[in-house]
Design a protein around this ligand. Structure first.
Ligand SMILES: C[S@@+](CC[C@H](N)C(=O)[O-])C[C@H]1O[C@@H](n2cnc3c(N)ncnc32)[C@H](O)[C@@H]1O
Length: 358
């Protein structure tokens, strides 16, 4: 298939040169031919590098791509291991415009956002120190505790050391989500769900997998972008219908993250768009049964903005697809105008993907 594409590209280049021959002199034509050949080589090399490592060398290990299903390449996006401010953000926007859920409660919720006085002592209460039992895994989640609270669907909040702590960022065991992707994964294409993220190693229960990295947007920006994604998707679908091709989703990856007060009232809303700038988490698909990943809010001491991190809900075997529930109460994809069918294949599948229509 790849050879076929390369020869198609060469034929096109040859045709282009034949057409150009009518307009250009022999010297100009020779230099154009050289440029074309160099560009073809460059594109081939770039494609090879993209397939060899989605993370482009920015993670501790490479993330290969596997597509044995069709000839589709994974969507182009800029890789970032961590969240970034939106590139389209105006400089006058303040942090607080990122998403307080209600304008009336703005002052109190702003205060609750800024939590700079968290000490290392406080952190151990929300984390399980497995160091005594298993060497090398200093920080794991107390999953048993989470299971007990599952009925309430309360988000798990993890506190980590950060800029406000005096500990060393390399040595501290309370910074597990701060080093990027923590396990071996591959991006794999499947028939109904498109690209997905699969484990390439055994991941033990409670281990940190990765964070959901992307551009941080204001709610207004997020809503505007989602409208554009919907239009693009609709146009793409119409084109495919016209050419009698199978529908293929554009796979926007805009996620709404909510932090709740103990009263269960949402106080912070973050919009993370991994569609154009993101990390491997943009490939994680939904599963109605909750999947094998547990999304958690992580707050680092001294950092104003919480992040969404995924931990293994149970032992995950090599080759298994990584999934979580988009409708887990505080992390969900922003709604498309049209509802999307779910193909998670679990016994409790509702048939539709959960979405956030706000
Ligand atoms: C964050 S992206 C996940 C990666 C995506 N599969 C891709 O190919 O880029 C979310 C999109 O994946 C698709 N998706 C995720 N989970 C799915 C599921 N269980 N069934 C069908 N489509 C799913 C939907 O199109 C959704 O809008």
């Amino acid at each position: 298939m790849e050879n076929q594409k390369r020869s198609f590209c060469c034929v096109n280049t040859q045709k282009g040169l034949e057409i150009a021959a009518a307009w250009l002199g022999p010297r100009e034509l020779a230099s154009l031919a050289l440029t074309c050949r160099a560009m073809t080589k460059c594109v081939a090399e770039l494609t090879e590098r993209r397939v060899a490592d989605v993370a482009q060398g920015l993670e501790r290990w490479s993330v290969p791509v596997c597509n044995q299903f069709d000839s589709c390449r994974y969507p182009w996006f800029v890789y970032t291991p961590f969240c970034l401010l939106s590139t389209s953000r105006s400089s006058s926007s303040s942090f607080h415009s990122w998403g307080n859920e209600s304008s009336s409660s703005s002052s109190s919720s702003k205060e609750s956002l800024v939590d700079n006085n968290v000490s290392c002592d406080g952190m151990s209460s929300s984390l399980d120190l497995n160091g005594e039992e298993e060497e090398g895994k200093e920080q794991q989640l107390l999953l048993e505790e989470e299971e007990e609270e599952e009925e309430e669907e309360r988000p798990l909040l993890v506190m980590e050391c950060g800029g406000a702590c005096s500990c060393s960022s390399n040595m501290c065991g309370f910074r597990v989500t701060q080093q990027g992707l923590a396990v071996g994964v591959a991006v794999v294409r499947k028939q109904n769900t498109g690209w997905g993220l699969h484990a390439t190693q055994l991941i033990s229960k409670g281990s940190f997998v990765c964070e959901y990295a992307g551009e941080l947007l204001t709610t207004r920006e997020a809503q505007q972008r989602q409208k554009v994604y919907d239009i693009v998707e609709e146009a793409g679908n119409e084109l495919k219908l016209l050419h009698k091709k199978k529908r293929r989703r554009c796979g926007s990856a805009l996620l709404v993250l909510r932090e709740f007060l103990p009263s269960k009232q949402a106080c912070v809303r973050l919009n993370i768009d991994a569609t154009r700038v993101g990390n491997v988490a943009r490939f994680i698909n939904h599963a109605c049964d909750g999947g094998n990943l547990l999304p958690c809010l992580v707050r680092a001491a001294g950092s104003l903005i919480p992040k969404l991190a995924f931990f293994a809900r149970r032992d995950i075997s090599e080759g298994e697809e990584l999934t979580y529930s988009y409708g887990s109460g505080y992390a969900g994809a922003i709604a498309s105008k049209k509802s999307q069918s779910c193909f998670c294949g679990t016994s409790c599948c509702t048939g539709m993907l959960p979405s956030d229509i706000t």
